[in-house]
Design a protein around this ligand. Structure first.
Ligand SMILES: Nc1nc2c(ncn2[C@@H]2O[C@H](COP(=O)(O)OP(=O)(O)OP(=O)(O)O)[C@@H](O)[C@H]2O)c(=O)[nH]1
Length: 533
C-alpha cells in the first residue's frame, strides 16, 4: 500500500470516530435537554395544580362564611325563634307528631318560607333546617317540609356539636337528603314563661358543590368535579334520595356529587386514583386535539377534618386546558433538535475541512521524503535516517549494515534503449529491492541516479551480504535485457556491503560500502563485495 493511501485510510478512520463522538454528544445533549424541560413542565403543572387546590379551599372558606352569615342572620330573628321555642316545648310535652306541634311547625314554615325562597333563589343556597338538641333531631326542613322528626345523632356532627356547646360552626357533611356545605348557628330566645334566655336548638343553612363548582370554574378558569365514595353516601343518605340524585350505574366506585363539566367521568377514567387519594401527581390527558392536566386530592367531611384517623369521604378532581403549554414544550424541543442538527452539521463540515487540510499536509510531508520515480525513500530521507541509525547503533552497541547498489553500464542502457526505458528499468530494480527486503529491518532509498542504498539496523555483515546477493538474484530473475552490457545480456548490479561492527568509530559506513562498490566495479561488476574490516 502506498504511503498516501495509508494516510488517507487513517484520516478516514479518525473522521468517523470523531463524528461518532460528536453525534453521541449531540444525542446526549438532546436527551438531557428533553429530560430537563420535561421536568420543568411537570413541576410547573404541579405548581399550578397546588395553586388550584388553594383556590378551591378559598372558595370553600368563602362559601362557609356566606352560609354562616345567613344562619346567623336567621338565628337572630326573634319572631322565628319564639315559634321555634314554642314548637320545642310542644315536642317535649306531646311528642313530635301531635297536632299542636304540626300547627306550630306550619306557623314557623309560613313565616320563613317567602323570605327563604327569595334568598335561596338569589344566593345559591338550598337548605334551611331547624334542629333540636341534644344530638340532632329534625324539627323543620324548610326545603323539604314533609320530612321531619328523624334523628341524625351519628351523622350530622355539625348539629350535634352546636347543640352540645351552643357555638356556631361550619363544614361539609352528608345528610339524609344531600351532601352540603353548611353553616350552623345556635338559636337563643327569651322564654316568656320563665323570662329567662333559653337555648332552643340549631338552625342550619347549606348549599351544595353543584352551586359552587360553576363559580369556582368561572373565577379561576379551571374545571372540577367532586366524587364521593359509595360507602360514605350509603351510610348517610336516605336510599330514595341516593337513587334519584346519582345517575351512575353500579359498576363505579364513586358517585359524581357535582361537576362543572360533562367530561368529568372521562377525565376520571384516565386518571389513576390511588386508594387513599393522597397523590399529588398531575396527569396529562389528550382530549381530541386538546391537552388537559388533571389533579386530584382527598375530600374530608366535617368529622374527618377534626379527626385525622378518619378516611376521606371522596376526592376533588381539578383539570384545566394546558394545550398551549404542551405545544410550547413540543415547539421548543423541536427547535432544540433543529439547533443540535445544525450544530452537528457545522461541526462536521469544520472537522472535514481540518482533516482534509491535515491530510494534504501529511501527504505533502510524506511525498517530500519519497522518490517520485521509484516510490522508494529519497536522499533527504536517507541523510536523516542514516545519522539517526548510526547514533542509535553506537548507543545500543548494535550492528548497523548498509548495502549500496549500482546498475552496471546504465549510461549505455540509456543510450541503447532511450531514457524512458531507462526509467522503467530503474522502477523494476526498485521493485525488486523492495520485495527482497520486505520483512527485514531494511529501509531502501534511492541514493542518486542509478544508485540505491539499503539501511539495515540490527543486522550483521553476514546477513547483509546474504540480502545483497538476494537483491542481485532478484534483479537477474527479472531478465531486463541489456544488449549494450559487456557483462551479461541482461541488467546486472554491483553491490558494496559494510557493517558498523567492522569499522573504526570515525569511519563512515557509507564511505566503506561505497569503497566496496568500487571494488566490485573494478573486479568486473555483477557482484557483491563485503567490507571485511
Ligand atoms: N533514464 C534515466 N537515467 C538516469 C537517471 N538518473 C541517472 N541516469 C543516468 O545514469 C547514468 C549513469 O552513468 P554513469 O555514472 O556513467 O555509470 P554507468 O554508465 O552505469 O557505468 P558504471 O556505473 O561504471 O557501470 C547516466 O547516463 C545518467 O544520465 C534517471 O532518472 N533516468
Amino acid at each position: 500500500m502506498k504511503i498516501w493511501q495509508k494516510v488517507q485510510t487513517h484520516t478516514h478512520k479518525s473522521a468517523i470516530y470523531i463524528s461518532l463522538i460528536i453525534l453521541c454528544i449531540d444525542l446526549i445533549f438532546i436527551a438531557i435537554n428533553y429530560y430537563t424541560s420535561h421536568k420543568a413542565l411537570e413541576n410547573s403543572l404541579l405548581h399550578r395544580a397546588q395553586i388550584h387546590q388553594q383556590e378551591f379551599n378559598l372558595t370553600l372558606d368563602m362559601t362557609y362564611r356566606d352560609m354562616l352569615q345567613l344562619s346567623t342572620f336567621i338565628s337572630t330573628n326573634d319572631e322565628l325563634n319564639q315559634l321555634f321555642l314554642a314548637g320545642k316545648k310542644a315536642v317535649e310535652k306531646e311528642g313530635m307528631y301531635s297536632d299542636s306541634v304540626s300547627a306550630l311547625r306550619k306557623a314557623l314554615l309560613d313565616k320563613v318560607k317567602i323570605p327563604w325562597d327569595l334568598t335561596s333563589e338569589k344566593f345559591d343556597v338550598r337548605q334551611l333546617h331547624y334542629q333540636l338538641g341534644p344530638g340532632s333531631l329534625s324539627y323543620l326542613r324548610v326545603h323539604e317540609p314533609n320530612r321531619f322528626g328523624d334523628r341524625m345523632d351519628n351523622t350530622r356532627y355539625t348539629i350535634v356539636d352546636t347543640n352540645a356547646d351552643q357555638q356556631e360552626r361550619s363544614g361539609f357533611e352528608t345528610g339524609r337528603v344531600y351532601s352540603g356545605l353548611r353553616g350552623v348557628s345556635p338559636v337563643w330566645t327569651q322564654d316568656p314563661d320563665t323570662n329567662q334566655r333559653t337555648y332552643v336548638g340549631a338552625v342550619e343553612v347549606g348549599t351544595s358543590f353543584n352551586q359552587i363548582l360553576p363559580v369556582f370554574a368561572r373565577s379561576f378558569d379551571v374545571e372540577s368535579a367532586v366524587f364521593l365514595t359509595k360507602e360514605h353516601v350509603g351510610e348517610t343518605m336516605w336510599q330514595s334520595y341516593v337513587g334519584s340524585y346519582f345517575k351512575e350505574t353500579s359498576d363505579v366506585d364513586y358517585y359524581t356529587e357535582a361537576s362543572s363539566s360533562e367530561t368529568s367521568r372521562d377525565i376520571l377514567n384516565q386518571t389513576p386514583i390511588k386508594k387513599n387519594f393522597i397523590t399529588y401527581e398531575t396527569e396529562i390527558i389528550k382530549e381530541n386535539d386538546r391537552y388537559l392536566s388533571s389533579f386530584h386530592f382527598p375530600l374530608f367531611d366535617y368529622k374527618g377534618t377534626n379527626d385525622a384517623t378518619l378516611p376521606p369521604v371522596g376526592f376533588v378532581l381539578i383539570w384545566e386546558d394546558v394545550t398551549d403549554m404542551i405545544e410550547a414544550f413540543k415547539h421548543s424541543f423541536l427547535i432544540n433538535i433543529a439547533f443540535s442538527l445544525v450544530a452537528f452539521i457545522l461541526i462536521e463540515c469544520f472537522l472535514l475541512w481540518i482533516l482534509g487540510r491535515e491530510r494534504k499536509l501529511s501527504i505533502a510531508e510524506q511525498e517530500a521524503l519519497v522518490d517520485g520515480l521509484t516510490g522508494l525513500y529519497n536522499r533527504r530521507y536517507y541523510d536523516a535516517m542514516i545519522t539517526k541509525e548510526e547514533e542509535q547503533a553506537r548507543h545500543n552497541q548494535t550492528s548497523l549494515s548498509v548495502i549500496i547498489c549500482d546498475i552496471d553500464y546504465f549510461k549505455r542502457f540509456n543510450d541503447a534503449y532511450g531514457h524512458p526505458e531507462g526509467d522503467t528499468a530503474l522502477k523494476q530494480v526498485a521493485s525488486a529491492i523492495r520485495h527482497t527486503i520486505h520483512g527485514t529491518t531494511g529501509m531502501a532509498c534511492r541514493y542518486g541516479g542509478e544508485e540505491f542504498v539499503i539501511i539495515l539496523p540490527n543486522t550483521d555483515l553476514r546477513f547483509a551480504v546474504a540480502l545483497a546477493n538476494r537483491i542481485q538474484a532478484a534483479v537477474h530473475a527479472r531478465h531486463i535485457p541489456h544488449k549494450a552490457s559487456p557483462v551479461e545480456t541482461r541488467l546486472t548490479l554491483s553491490l558494496g556491503v559494510a557493517c558498523s561492527i567492522n569499522l573504526d568509530n570515525k569511519d563512515s559506513l557509507i564511505v566503506a560500502a561505497d569503497a566496496q562498490l568500487y571494488a566490485a566495479k573494478d573486479k568486473g561488476r555483477n557482484r557483491t563485495e563485503p567490507d571485511l574490516g
